[in-house]
Design a protein. Sequence first.
Length: 322
Amino acid sequence: MKNKSAEILLSLNGSNVLKAIAILAVFVIHILSSIRISPFVIGSTFQLIAVTLDQLSRISVPLFVALSGYGLHWKYSKKISIGSFYFKRASKVLPLYFFWSTLFALLFYLVPAWGPATQQLGFVWQLFLGRADYHLYFVPMIFQIYIIFPLLLVFFKKWPLQTLLSAIAAQLIWWWFFSYQDNTITTWKYFAGDGEQYIWMTNWIAYFVLGMYLPKIWFWINKNKLRYISIFGVWIASAFYTILSAVKSIQAGVDPLLALKFTRYPMFIYSFFAIIFLSFIVAKFHHSKKSNSLLIYLGKNSYPIYLGHTFLLRIVVFFLFP
């Protein structure tokens, strides 16, 4: 029998399983948003189903961010060379990002109808702000977190719980002023819509620090079965509330883009507990060394799939729904 006090860690394949869940969730969100006659609007026969799938799938980006926090903390908790860290992050993330951003710019030049509204920006600004396509905000956002990671690591080593609580407070306060309300307090165009808001690391920082803190939470949960049952219960309850509150907002006339977005308080609670529960289950029970499953493949390739998947979706939509 395993000691309940033993440390629980996420295997490489376990991490890939979670990344696969995240990338599949991304596909669900973007497939739903690609349907020409929106299933989210008032009067849609499939509104509840569409909102449910969308809101449950919004674990996607928070989970990616948390896994990044977990992986970097696990790798650099003992020693970090700042120059080497920045070089490795840049060389791993940026070349594919530049490639896909350039490809999207060329595609939208050739087929202007496929381009997002943000194409009015110059290409350099598109690269800097992650606006070459609507999902590419992820790269400049996560890179902002990479920039502060060495400093974040210093604070986390000394005050792990306080660092997590501070990150949660910072994210929720930021949401209140810049992301949560239907109308933000500024007219600066880079805060104007949900996509523009998402580029700022302050919308995601709590998930990253949660990822760093996850082993401590797993250790605490593993001591008592009632604890992970409670975590599961809060996750399910928050999922129901998140879905119903989104439907209620749409029925009240709120634009579905605002009613469904990542930066809603109910979504934060749902994502927070979903990350804890899913990661605990995978860390505790997924120890397989086999690497030939579809989930493992998707997880290993989740970053290039994420960058290029909207290209595929446009092609599919064009031929299926001309």
